[in-house]
Design a protein around this ligand. Structure first.
Ligand code: AMP
Ligand code: GLY
Length: 422
C-alpha cells in the first residue's frame, strides 16, 4: 500500500512493480495516471483512520507512507500499532520536517552546519529583532505550509510584512504560531535523499530541483518544476564532508533525542563558501526529486524499504546507475496560482520516456488534467546533456490544453559541468 497521489508516488509505485514478489499494489488515493500501475482507493492521504482500517481489511503486508502530512500526523505509528510494517518515520521523528524550530534547535545542539537563526513566538519580538537584523533575511513559518512557508526578505520592509503575514494574518494557519528568522545564505542548492534505518545512512544519487515557476529561476515558488540527477555541484569531496558533518551526525542526533529516524531522510543543502549547510530536512522523498532518483536506482526498492524497516540496511548493497536523469514537469497554465483543469491529456505514439502523473483524473476512459503540476516526463541517458535533450524531445509528445513547462531544466547544471571541465 502506497499512501499519496502525486508524481512522487507514481515513481515509487513504478519502481516497486519491478519486484516480482509483490502481487498487488494499492494507492491511497493515487490518481488517474497511477491507475495504470496500481489499484487506486479513494481514501485521502491525511485520513489516517480510514487508511488503517483499509490496511487491516485488505491484510496489507507493507505500507509506504510518502507525503509529509500523514507522516507528521503519525500514520506510521497508527499502522505499526496494528502490526503493519511501514517504510517511513514515526511521528516523533517526522518532526524533523514538521517543525522548523525543532530542526534548527537540533542542528544547533549537535553542531550540524546550518544558517544562524533566532526563534520567535510573538510578532512583537520578531519585529523588534528585525529593526537591526541584517538583510536580506529569511523568515520561515514553523510548521508545514505546502512548501510555501519560507519568505526571503530583501529589505527590512519586506521582512516586517512577512512577519505580519505569517504571525498576524496567519496565512499558514497554526504553522505560523512560531517563526524562525535566519541568516541569508548563498550558493548552489543540492538535494540529497537518503535511506536510513536509524543505524546506517545511505545517500542516494544527488539531485537539483528547480523551484521557481519561470525560466532563469524567475517567478513564484512552486512545488518543483523539474529536476536533474546527479547534481554536478555535489562533488565526491563535498559528499564526503556531508557524510561526516551532516548525515551521520543527524542520524546520531535523532537517536540521542530518542527519535530514531527510519525511512527516507531528505537533506536540502546549500554549498556555501564555508562548506555545505543544511537549508531544510524533509522526512520523506522529494517531489520531483524522486522522479529522477528512482529511475537511476539499480537495487530493488522493496528490498531496501524492507531493510530500512528491519534495521538491516548494512547488509545490502545499494547501487545507482552511472547515468543521468532529467525530469521536466508539465503544469497547468497559471500554476502556482489559479489554473483551469479538465483538459484531456494525450501521448503520441513512439513516446520513449517515463511518464509520472501527478494532477490528473480518469474520466470516461480519458485522462484529464486535475491539478497544478499535471505530470513529469523523465529521461535517462549516458550523460546529463543527452538526458535533458531527450526529456524535452519527449515532452513535445505529451499534449493537453493550457500546458506550460520550464524550458531551462538542467541548464544551470550543464553550465556547471562545462566549467568543471575547463
Ligand atoms: P525550504 O522550503 O526550506 O526548502 O525553502 C525554500 C527555498 O528558500 C530554498 O530552497 C532556498 O532556495 C531558500 N532558502 C531557504 N533558507 C534559506 C537561507 N537561509 N538562505 C537563502 N535561501 C534560503
Ligand atoms: N522538491 C522539494 C520537496 O519535495 O520538498
Amino acid at each position: 500500500m502506497v499512501v499519496g497521489g502525486g508524481g512522487r508516488e507514481h515513481a515509487i509505485i513504478k519502481k516497486l512493480k519491478e519486484n516480482k514478489n509483490i502481487s498487488e499494489i494499492y494507492a491511497l488515493p493515487g490518481n488517474g495516471g497511477i491507475e495504470a500501475d496500481a489499484k487506486c482507493i479513494n481514501i485521502g492521504a491525511k485520513d489516517i483512520e480510514k487508511i488503517v482500517s483499509f490496511a487491516e481489511e485488505e491484510k496489507i503486508d507493507f505500507a509506504v507512507v510518502a507525503p509529509d502530512d500523514p507522516l507528521v500526523l503519525g500514520a506510521v505509528d497508527a499502522l505499526n500499532e496494528k502490526g503493519i510494517k511501514c517504510f517511513g518515520p514515526r511521528k516523533n521523528a517526522a518532526i524533523i520536517e514538521g517543525s522548523k524550530v525543532f530542526a534548527k534547535n537540533l542542528m544547533k545542539k549537535y553542531n550540524i552546519p546550518t544558517a544562524a537563526y533566532e526563534v520567535f513566538e510573538t510578532a512583537e519580538k520578531a519585529l523588534d529583532y528585525l529593526k537591526t537584523a541584517p538583510v536580506p533575511t529569511v523568515i520561515k513559518a514553523d510548521g508545514l505550509a505546502l512548501g510555501k512557508g519560507v519568505i526571503i526578505a530583501n529589505t527590512r520592509e519586506e521582512a516586517y510584512a512577512a512577519v505580519k503575514t505569517i504571525m498576524e494574518d496567519k496565512v499558514f494557519g497554526e504553522s505560523g504560531n512560531s517563526i524562525v528568522i535566519e541568516e541569508f545564505l548563498s550558493g548552489p542548492e543540492v538535494s540529497v535523499l537518503s535511506f536510513t534505518d536509524g543505524k546506517t545512512v545511505v545517500p542516494m544519487v544527488s539531485s537539483m530541483d528547480h523551484k521557481r515557476a519561470g525560466d532563469g529561476d524567475k517567478g513564484l515558488n512552486t512545488g518543483g518544476m523539474g529536476t536533474v540527477a546527479p547534481n554536478p555541484y555535489y562533488t565526491a569531496e563535498i559528499a564526503d564532508e556531508c557524510m561526516k558533518k551532516i548525515f551521520i551526525p543527524t542520524i546520531n542526533a535523532m537517536n540521542s533525542e530518542g527519535r530514531t529516524f527510519k525511512g527516507c531522510l531528505y537533506f536540502g543543502l546549500m554549498i556555501t563558501k564555508d562548506g555545505p549547510k543544511v537549508i531544510e530536512y524533509n522526512c520523506r522523498f522529494g517531489d520531483p526529486e524522486t522522479q529522477v532518483v528512482l529511475p537511476l536506482l539499480k537495487t530493488d526498492l522493496f528490498e531496501i524499504m524492507q531493510a530500512a524497516e528491519n534495521e538491516t540496511l548494512n547488509k545490502i548493497e545499494i547501487e545507482f546507475k552511472n547515468e543521468s536523469a532529467c525530469c521536466v514537469v508539465m503544469a497547468s497554465q497559471g500554476y502556482p496560482l489559479k489554473y483551469e483543469t479538465g483538459f484531456e491529456i494525450t501521448v503520441d505514439d513512439g513516446f520513449d520516456a517515463e511518464l509520472f502523473v501527478a494532477g490528473a483524473k480518469s474520466d470516461s476512459g480519458k485522462l484529464k488534467t486535475a491539478g497544478g503540476r499535471v505530470l513529469g516526463v523523465t529521461a535517462v541517458a549516458e550523460n546529463l546533456e543527452n538526458a535533458v535533450k531527450k526529456a524535452y524531445n519527449e515532452v513535445k509528445k505529451v499534449r493537453f490544453e493550457n500546458a506550460f513547462y520550464r524550458k531551462d531544466i538542467g541548464e544551470k547544471a550543464l553550465k556547471a559541468l562545462k566549467k568543471e571541465m575547463e
